[in-house]
Design a protein around this ligand. Structure first.
Ligand code: F6P
Ligand code: MN
Length: 320
């Protein structure tokens, strides 16, 4: 049994980064307890407010956001934070080395149906000078660490510090995250895809054609039958991809012309891409590597295609 702390020390992770990751883990332990309390913890249902992206905030979105924001502001190593639920970046400690961007509660539409939700973190180096939006606008390649915590039947954490992807499970008796997989490896091939099929008529031709060929199965040019899964929480779908392979995508669509993309670069796409690449997978918009994108705004959204290397590459061929 190796705790998070023992695992990171043994792997030679920078002591300050280790301290930061432990703070992120403690936030998740607290959120996990609230999620488990459900209606009894008074965390279900919506608030009266909307976030900067015009989405109604759930009670647990707001609670998780406040909990993480306060914990990170109290952490001397953190210079600033950016959250999916905050309009602007929030300054923390002037001497801090790290910037943290996060999605406090991914998959919020699952909260009230007792289904999968999670938290996603991305850690960037803090540049010298003021903490403003520009400080956060670094490509995903600059990430020092990325992790998600999935509040499922077990609470799990997938973590990378740029040297493979590790998987931990929360021991509810001790509150420690325990190492369960030292090197996650996504199978290169898969016959499973995850996409919100209800948007089919709004996709670009490349994605229409790729999915159409998957659906033709054995009789089509792919020559094999595919299975489909959709959890409606990126953390859940990416966790399945890390666990047994698959292709996950939220492609561009024309459903709402003002919002061609759904997933956020800084809070979702970049950290998940880092975890997937470090587990041997591929993460792309269809046209470029997600982690190479130079962000233009902290709330920017992108198309995401990620997962098993050979399958994602096949999908990318439809985009050429
Ligand atoms: O955060 C956005 C998100 O909830 C993702 O976690 C998830 O993959 C997606 O949106 C679900 O989208 P839809 O509501 O279209 O199924
Ligand atoms: Mn989300």
């Amino acid at each position: 049994m190796h705790t998070l702390q023992e695992t990171l020390s043994r792997r030679g992770v920078d002591g300050e980064l280790l301290t930061l990751i432990q703070s992120l883990a403690s936030c998740a332990t607290e959120i996990s307890a609230l999620v488990r309390g459900g209606a009894l913890a008074g965390v279900l249902g919506a608030t009266q407010s909307e976030n900067v992206q015009g989405e109604t905030q759930k009670k647990l979105d707001v609670i998780a956001n406040e909990l993480i924001k306060q914990a990170l502001q109290a952490q001397p190593l953190v210079k600033g934070v950016a959250s999916e639920e905050e309009d602007d970046v929030v300054a923390a400690n002037a001497d801090g080395r790290f910037l943290v961007s996060f999605d406090p509660l991914d998959g919020s539409s699952n909260i009230d149906i007792n289904s999968l939700v999670g938290t996603i973190f991305s850690v960037l180096p803090a540049p010298a000078g003021e903490v403003n939006e520009a400080a956060f606008l670094q490509p995903g390649e600059n990430q020092l660490a990325a992790c998600y915590m999935l509040y499922g039947p077990a609470t799990v954490m997938a973590l990378t510090t740029g040297n493979g992807t590790q998987m931990f499970t929360l021991d509810p008796k001790t509150g420690d995250f325990i190492l369960v997989e030292e090197q996650v490896s996504i199978p290169a091939d898969t016959a499973e895809f995850a996409i919100n099929m209800s948007n089919q008529r709004f996709w670009q031709p490349a994605m229409q054609n790729y999915i159409a060929d998957c659906l033709l199965g054995k009789e089509g040019q792919r020559g094999k039958n595919f299975n489909m899964r959709w959890i409606a929480a990126m953390v859940g779908d990416v966790h399945r991809v890390l666990s047994r392979g698959g292709l996950f995508t939220y492609p561009q669509d024309t459903k709402n012309p003002e919002k061609p993309f759904k997933l956020r670069l800084m809070y979702e796409a970049n950290p998940m891409s880092f975890l997937v690449e470090q587990a041997g997978g591929v993460a792309s918009t269809g046209y470029e590597r997600i982690m190479a994108i130079q962000p233009e705004g902290i709330h920017q959204r992108v198309a995401v295609i990620l997962g098993s290397k050979n399958e994602v590459n096949t999908c990318l061929e439809y985009h050429r």
